[in-house]
Design a protein around this ligand. Structure first.
Ligand SMILES: *Cc1c(COP(=O)(O)O)cnc(C)c1O
Length: 372
């Protein structure tokens, strides 16, 4: 058997050490200026991020979950109205819907892309449907032509959940510019991660951008002049300064993720089901998710004994979480998501991973299945 090598799932320490001087001086300058809330670093990051995506506006907020709920709120989605979202996302997607008093309507995913099954959308529409939230899950864009076509036919808002897909492309267009608004998370482990919670909304609608900016800052026009009641969900100065530094490195890290995925694809495709990527999209591999046909629990243990960390995204699809017991969903309501939950496995992938580590991971998996 191979010599043991430690392969972490993500490695934010190595990333930090590679850009330490830039990060340290950015943080220090915020502290020296006492520019903790508001100020030019936030404005700079909003401009830089919008430019990076070719979006008209980016508005910093406190986290990705708030990005979603604030977008829904400011688009005017209200109590009792319905919002469609995929059955296999992180709970934040559906939580944001419930947070504004709307009703979450789940739809199953496509078994190949793991993204929202656009053929099943027609079964979810009612008089109350107001919006749809496609999630670009694992870093692969959802089939946005179909989502937007459906939304136009039914007069719905489209809010992209791009929390896992910074820089991904759909038919040459950047994720974050494909709907009425798009929501990003900068949770530390995301492809572009802050050193705490942070998020942003992008939109080409200038009025919506202004409204979101105000809503996330107590409905403020200026310090003690409040146009309406909002919330406090701001991107802070230190996180904005960090994100400004890290944005400059994002393309390099994305390329590395894609190279690691190429190695995994090449060496694993005859052993497990490797990710299927739609033609005409650029997958940014926030997660590299395989499907195994047997012995997932034993494989996880075997990998762990060989120093390799893995994850499952997600072990229980939201409709089957206790949190949504009140919807009384059954496995047959979302058969694809239900079936996938026991087969999927996320392998280590990040912007500082080496070819050697990726090859080692594939060797350990191949040895496991070849040994029977
Ligand atoms: C991380 C994530 C979110 C929430 O982002 P936070 O910044 O943690 O609030 C929303 N949707 C998806 C798909 C995510 O992965």
């Amino acid at each position: 058997m191979k010599d043991l090598m430690k392969v972490p799932f993500v490695d934010l320490r190595t990333q930090y050490l590679s850009i330490k001087e830039e990060i340290d001086s950015a943080i220090e300058s915020v502290i020296m200026d006492s520019a903790f809330i508001g100020g030019k670093r936030i404005k700079d990051f909003e401009e830089n991020f919008a430019k990076y995506l070719s979006a008209k506006n980016a508005v910093g907020v406190g986290n990705g979950t708030d990005a979603l709920s604030v977008s829904l709120k400011c688009l005017g989605v209200s109590t009792g109205e319905e919002v469609i979202a995929p059955a296999n996302s992180f709970i934040a997607t559906s939580e944001a819907v419930t947070a504004i008093g709307a009703k979450i309507v789940f739809v199953d995913c496509n078994p190949k892309t793991y993204n929202i099954d656009t053929d099943k959308l027609k079964d979810t529409i009612t008089q109350k449907t107001k919006a749809i939230i496609p999630v670009h899950l694992y870093g692969q864009p959802a089939d946005m032509d179909k989502v937007v076509g459906f939304a136009e036919a039914h007069n719905l808002y489209v809010i992209e959940d791009a929390a896992q897909a910074h820089g991904a492309l759909y038919k040459g267009r950047t994720v974050g510019t494909l709907g009425h608004a798009a929501c990003f998370s900068f949770f530390p482990g995301k492809n572009l991660g802050a050193y705490g919670d942070a998020g942003a909304v992008t939109t080409d609608n200038d009025d919506l951008a202004v409204k979101i900016k105000m809503y996330a800052n107590h409905g403020r026009v200026d310090k003690y002049n409040h146009e309406f009641e909002g919330i406090n969900s701001r991107l802070d100065g230190i996180q904005a300064a960090i994100l400004n530094v890290k944005l400059r490195h994002l393309n390099k890290w994305t390329l590395r993720r894609r190279q690691i995925a190429d190695i995994y694809n090449e060496k694993l495709s005859d052993t497990v089901i490797t990710p299927w990527v739609m033609p005409d999209v650029t997958h940014v591999y926030h997660l590299y998710v395989i499907q195994v046909h047997r012995d997932r629990q034993r494989l996880i243990k075997h990998l762990s004994e060989h120093g390799i960390s893995t994850g499952i995204h997600y072990p229980t699809p939201p409709p089957f979480l206790n949190a949504y017991d009140y919807l009384s969903h059954k496995p047959e309501d979302f058969p694809v998501s239900f079936d996938l939950k026991d087969k999927i496995l996320s392998l280590p992938i990040h912007g500082d991973m080496t070819d050697e580590e990726a090859v080692y991971v594939t060797d350990v998996i191949r040895d496991f299945y070849n040994a029977g």
